[in-house]
Structure formats: structure tokens, C-alpha cells
Ligand binder design. Sequence first.
Ligand SMILES: *[C@@H]1O[C@H](CO)[C@@H](O)[C@H](O)[C@H]1NC(C)=O
Length: 795
Amino acid sequence: MTQDQGLTVGNFHRVCIMTFMVGTVIQVSSERGFAIDLSKRNLTQVPKDLPPRTTVLDMSQNSIAELQMADLSSFPALKVLKLSHNRIQRLDLNAFKFNPDLEYLDLSHNHLRNVSCSPVVSFKHLDLSFNDFDALPICREFGNLTQLSFLGLSARKFRQSDLLPTAHLQLRYLLLDLGGYHAKETEAESLQILNTKTLHIVFHSRSLFSVHVNISVNTLGCLQLTNIRLNDDNCHVFTNFLLHLTRGPSLLNFTLNHVETTWKCLVRLFQFLWPQPVEYLNMYNLTIIESIDEEDFTYSDTSLKALKIEHITNRVFIFSQTALYTVFSEMNILMLTISDSPFFHMLCPQVPSTFTFLNFTQNVFTDSVFQNCSTLVRLETLILQKNGLQSLFKVSHMTKTMPSLETLDVSRNSLVSHTHEDMCTWAETIVALNLSSNMLTDSVFRCLPPKVKVLDLRNNRIASIPKDVARLEALQELNVAFNSLADLPACGAFSSLSVLIVDHNSVSHPSADFFQTCHHVTSLRAGDNPFQCTCELREFIRNAGQVSSGVLDGWPEAYTCDHPEGHRGTPLKDFHASPLSCNITLLIVTIGATALVSAAAVAFLCVHLDLPWYLRMVCQWTQTRRRARHVPLEELQRELRFHAFVSYSERDSAWVKSELLPHLEKEGIRICLHERNFVPGKSIVENIISCIEKSYKAIFVLSPHFVQSDWCHYELYFAHHNLFHEGSDNLILILLEPISPNSIPSKYHKLKAFMARRTYLQWPTEKSKHALFWANISAAFNTKLPCVTETDVKT
Ligand SMILES: *[C@@H]1O[C@H](CO)[C@@H](O)[C@H](O)[C@H]1NC(C)=O
């Protein structure tokens, strides 16, 4: 046995945690002690290591064979001890000597044969039923149990005075197990049970009823008998047995559990009970055997108000239906319940009937039941739940002749409605109609009782409530949960509606004006619908949040977004669509405003910070860098002596000498100036050509002065033709001062073309931009500068 499987412990106030036994955590209440569940653990004795303050100890369904004082003496606070379904054979009430508070002791279903009595504690509940006692285990000391309310006993035989010691006790419930009872064939025994409210006797489950005991109880209000097997021969034994028991005027409730009987004996039993004072007769689990024939039944005046039979098994296969049903249909009682039976019909009473309540739940009735039956004149409630009804039209027709019918339950059938059912003829008195769990569609709204107040259409196939339905002015409660409605119903046709249940439908955008149009509604349950959390839902959510709390049942937890995907599971309460995305005008205005601001910003940048210049420079710089990477180094090597030759107007020489040259030479760039690198003996033109030929790139410093100088044009022309035929990227144009295109004489088309392509670097006037300008110039000379030495230059 493992004791660390966890103890189930009762609920207590003021709880703290302590560990006990191997790794087991249990709860303790300092006020009320422990409740420990050790049931079904194969225990063979009471464990020694239980906490001393144990008050409730459940050790039922174990294998405990003995109970001794030492087992329990360490739990002085014990109040409840459950030991049913063990193997205890002997009980010495002395064992509880040190448990003065013990008030509940369950020793049922053990093997007890005798009890040794001793001045016992104050039991309220003492269960010794289902044991192996021969005679009733009552000792004189039981007379002191003045608190005793429940007493369970078992016996095989009786002596008249067995219960005498308990005669003065006021029992609430006496359970008598006579499963092992042996009948004395000759004389009847008798037993006086003086005072109990409820007497429950359990007989042997497989033997025919044969108990010849006259039991009489004075104050009996409720009699329960379990396991009765009857046939035509022992039927009188049973009615004799009941004779004394049912005589008391206070007996109102009589219940029989597990009855197996012939039809003849059942009818005789009814006939026997008819004049008795019993008002409520219940039978659970009735089996009819052998045969069903027509039996005479005299419906004399009776105190019986209600007969309820639940779960009938019929072992008779060929019989007259009329013989069976007539006995019930003619009963002169108020309430009849026959449920969970194989009955497929019930007859219409032949004379105006006393029934006000008929419940035929879970049988196999068909549409033909009570058709054209005009004798159910007092019937107020008819329940035909879970049968085989199919036509709503026929159901309505059935009610037409029931002038008092108020409540009709035809839920859980296979009812369908048809569009032609404008012809339905309901009893006008119907106020509650239960049509739940059928197969009804939208057309059901054309076939409803005009004055219905409570209508249950849950779990059908309704997709929409037609707009042109007949007005149900009286309708107060409408349940259309578990259908496939796409919207909340409009209240136009239901002007008194106060409770609306539409959960579990397909409502994705409930109408926002629902709360305005249905202003009578005091309770709306619309949760568990696939809400689409978009702009349209905002108003519904706002209205839902505003209606007084309690109106919206299940809000907020049952109301969540189903789509769009990103919002799935978000409670509607927390869904906030931005006002911008929901308002087209606002959206357009916002976009327009943003565009305007951006345009203004761009304009500002252009005008004040010369953005285009920066862009151009950056663009050119990146292009140059890219091209440089593709030029093979060897190509550059050839005959070159200089990195660049500079062409400029004499009038710009100040800038060239003070700005350009220092800058380039600082970067290690060798520059050829025709006047500086002049080779004596050569003409100016030859010197220029020589300079150009020895240079890898050419720099032209453009300005209005440049345009006016013929020399410069010559240089440009020459450079372009002789040096740069491989690609114009070796030509660097610096625009020192703006040149108007018109000022360039037309013969200098080369320069015009260059200017038009705008592939020049513009010298910025602002000092802050100079760095970028120089960076562009440096980039134009790629990093893989060919080796150019002084000696080369000299040659
Ligand atoms: C309708 O019958 C179903 C059982 O079929 C029950 O659960 C439901 O409560 C009934 N509706 C009303 C309004 O009584």
C-alpha cells in the first residue's frame, strides 16, 4: 500500500498547509481539524500515523477486518467515520469509548454478525445495513441515542419486540435491509416500528417477494421499497405486506424501485392503492413480464394525485396496445408521468379527464398522439419531450382541442416546419412553448401560438427571422441560441420582448441600433458568436458598454472577436478600431495634410539648404565610385605621368591655385599645369598636348571666363578627342560660377552638350558644403592611383 497517493481533504476555513505521511500535503483548519479520505486504498487496518485532530475519516472500500479501541483512541475529535464496504465481522461499540464526539458511523456493507453494546456515544447517523446479522442488532443502549436521526439495519428474521428499545426515538429515516430474510412459511411475523418519517426497505434482488411480516409505523410519511419481484401467484403476498404499512393517514409518498411484475399484478397493485391515502406514487425501473391482457380497473375516488413511472422495460412482445394504455389514460388523477419507456402511443380518455399535467418524456410517441382528442379539457401542461414527433403542423392541430393548455414541451423531437404552415391551429391559451432541439427552419415563425409568452427555439436550423412574420405581441422570452442567425432579430414583431437569447449563432455584425429598437429588452445573451471586429462593430460595442450592467448576459467574457485573424480571441470590450481607419473623410483629409506638409518640407530643403545640389553631388560620387571599381589597373599604367591636367581660364587662376591645387596635391594627386610643367623648346600648343597626353584625367574649371576663352575651348576639344575616347568618365567638370547656356557661343557645341548633361560638380558658395565637394573630387580619382613618380614627370 502506498500512502503518498494524496489524501483528499475537505474544505475548511482558515487553512494552512502541513506535510504528513510520506510527502503528502493536507490542509488543516485550526478550528475544525482534518478531513481525510483514505477510501479505496487496500487498507487492512486503520493507519497509525494520522493526525490526532482528525474529525472526518473516510476509509470505505478497503479491506479492514477489525476495529479496536486502540485504532481510534488517538482521534478524540473524530466526528464522522465511514467504514462501509470493508470486511469487519465484529463490532464492539466500546471501540469508540475515546471518541465522545462521534456522531456519524457508517458500517454498512461489512460482514457484521453481532454488536456488543456499551453505553454508547451520541450517534446521529448509525448505518449497520447490509451486514450478516441474524436478528436486528438492537440493544437496550440504543434507547439512549436520543439524537439518532438515521438508522440502518439488516436482519434475516424478526421478533416482534426487536425494535422496542428504540420505540421512543423520533427517527427521520430507517433503512431496513431484508436481503437475507428467510420467510417462515407458517405464521406471519410482525414488527412494530413506532416512529420514523421515512422507511426504506430493501429486499433480495433476485428472489420472488415472500416477506410475511406485518410492519406498522405510526408517523410514516414516506415509504420506499426496493427490489420487488412479483408474479400472479405472489401478488397477494405483496399487497398483504402493504396492508399495514399503507394504512397510516400520514403516508403521502410511496416509491417502488426496481419492480419486476406481471401486468395483471401491476394493475392489482394500482387497484389496491387507489383507495389508500397515498398521494404520490413513484416507480423507478419497472419491468413488465409474461403477458399483457385486458384487466378491469375501477377508478374509484382516490387520494392519489400523481403517478410517476420512469424507465419501463417491457418483456412482453405481443399484446393489445389498448389493454396497456387504457389503464393509464382513464386514470382519475391530476398528474401522470410515464418516461423512458417503449410506449409509442397514449389513448385519448373516453370521458372528460382530470389530468392537468401529462409528462411523456423519452418515449416513442408519434404525431398521431392525441389527434382530435377533445377530452383533455383540464390539461394545462403537456410534455412530449424526446419522442418521435415530426410535424409541427400536426402538433399545433393536436392542441386545438385542449382548451386549458398553457405549457407545451415538444423539445428534442424531429419536428420540421413547412412554408405552407400559415394554417397552423394552436390552442390560443398556450403561453409557453418549448420547441428546442428540433429541425425547425425560418418558416417556424409562420406557425406559432398567437399568445405565446415564452418561446424556446434553441438548437434548431433557423437562419433568419422573416420580416413579415405574424406579430407575437405577447412574446416576452425568446431563445434562439444554437441556430445560424446572422443578425440579432429586429423587435418590430415582438413588441413585448424582454429576454432574448441568441448565443452560439452566426452573428458577425450585430445591428448597432438593437438597443434602441428593442428598448424593452432587459436581458440579452448574445455571446459566443463569430463577431467580426471591424469599424461597423464599434457602435454596437459602445452601446453594449453603455447599457446598464446585467442587461448583457455574459459580457464581457463571452463576447470575443472571431475575425479578422489578427484580432481572434480579443474580447470585444478591448477592441478599439482607430477612428482614422473607420472614417473615410478623416482618412482623406489626413493623407492630404501629410502630403502638403511633406511638400512644404521638401520645398524648404530645396530653397534653404540646396537639397538638389547635395543630391546631385552624392549621386555623382556614388557613380564614380562604382565605375572606378571596374577599371583594370594596368590600363591606367601605360604612358601616364600625371593624375590630371587642369584647364582653366586665366581669370580663375586665383581659385585654382589657392583652393584646387593645394587640395588635390594634399591627397597625393599629381597635377599637370601647362605653364608650370612647361617643356622648353615646344610651342604652347605642343606643351598643352604633351600635358594632356601624359595625364590620366582632365579637370575643367568652368565659369563665364572659361566660356569666353578660346584656349580653353581648344583644350576641351583636344582633351576630348585625344585622351578621353575610352569614356567620358575621365573628364571632370567643375562649375565654378553659374553659366547661362545662352552665353555659350554656338560653335562650342561640345561644352553645351556637357552642360546639358549636367555632369559637372558645382563649387558651392557656402563654406559648409565644401567638404562634400572635395569628397566628390577625391572620389573622381579612384583609390587605385597609378604610380606616378617625380622622375617620370621630368622626362
Ligand atoms: C426546453 O426543453 C429543454 C430540454 O429539452 C430544457 O433544457 C429547456 O430548459 C426548456 N426550455 C424552457 C424555456 O423551459
